[in-house]
Design a protein around this ligand. Structure first.
Ligand SMILES: N[C@@H](CCC(=O)N[C@@H](CS)C(=O)NCC(=O)O)C(=O)O
Length: 241
């Protein structure tokens, strides 16, 4: 049994997809990040960075101790190694998979996150930041589009954890007003993955409770929600206050 500590965002969806793809026995433990569920001392013992997702594997491949993993890229790699699937063994394909996985978690993910922050949550008047981050996301998506014109999946011939890491970001592209119609290869790849039964199950099982504030364009948070997400309460959690 694997516990998936989850909030209904692209980072969480990546892991729900992988758990469905490998047929894992798992339960979803939902967190409302606006209410500050992620800031508890108890969750800090699972992820000292107090961010979702994280997993606790109660039946790891070796040993009796439960294994805890945080950071979505590390979780995908851990599950792929445990299941022996979706992370190719051959040196070249493995390197390509880890390259594209890292491209997502260190590039597209954080840049998309910043674009989303300035578009959706920041006070008005952030034109410079909005332009900086949306332009960079646009550049990264151009890289992806060009890759998918010559390769059925991001790492090559096979569907891997790199595709699972990138696919859920479609919601952010939508929030930024980037329709997939402008990106034909990405659109085709997106649709092929969307129709996978495991992806449909993951979206159905893990995503249907997403509150509107997770997906809408411009959000107005109340003082408490702001503090939990970006302010004093968020910072206090890592100081143990
Ligand atoms: N690099 C992390 C990012 C995790 C992350 O930013 N999670 C967000 C939800 S997508 C979160 O927990 N936000 C709540 C907060 O910042 O307090 C990963 O890939 O897992």
């Amino acid at each position: 049994m694997i516990d998936l500590h989850y909030s209904a965002t692209p980072n969480g969806q990546k892991i729900a997809i992988m758990l469905e793809e490998i047929g894992a026995d798992y339960r979803v433990i939902p967190y409302d990040i606006f209410e500050g569920d992620q800031l508890s001392a108890e969750f800090g013992r699972i992820n000292p960075n107090h961010k979702l997702p994280a997993i606790v594997d109660h039946a790891p491949a070796e040993g009796d101790e439960a294994v805890t993993v945080f950071e979505s890229g590390a979780i995908l790699q851990y599950l792929a190694e445990k299941a022996g699937r979706f992370l190719p063994r051959s040196v070249g394909a493995r390197a390509a998979t880890l390259s594209w996985l890292t491209w997502q978690v260190a590039g597209l993910g954080p840049m998309g996150g910043q674009a989303s922050h300035f578009l959706r949550y920041a006070p008005q008047g952030q034109d410079y930041a909005i332009e900086r981050y949306t332009k960079e996301v646009n550049r990264l998506l151009t890289v992806l589009e060009r890759r998918l014109r010559t390769s059925p999946y991001v790492a090559g011939e096979d569907y891997t954890i790199a595709d699972m890491a990138i696919w859920p970001g479609r919601a952010s592209a939508f929030v930024m007003g980037m329709g997939l119609d402008d990106w034909p290869a990405m659109h085709d790849w997106f649709e092929r993955i969307r129709r996978r039964p495991a992806v449909e199950r993951a979206m159905e099982r893990a995503d249907h409770k997403a509150p509107a504030k997770y997906v809408g364009r411009h959000q107005t948070l109340n003082e408490r929600e702001w503090s939990n997400m970006f302010g004093d309460a968020n910072h206090a959690a890592v100081k143990g206050d």
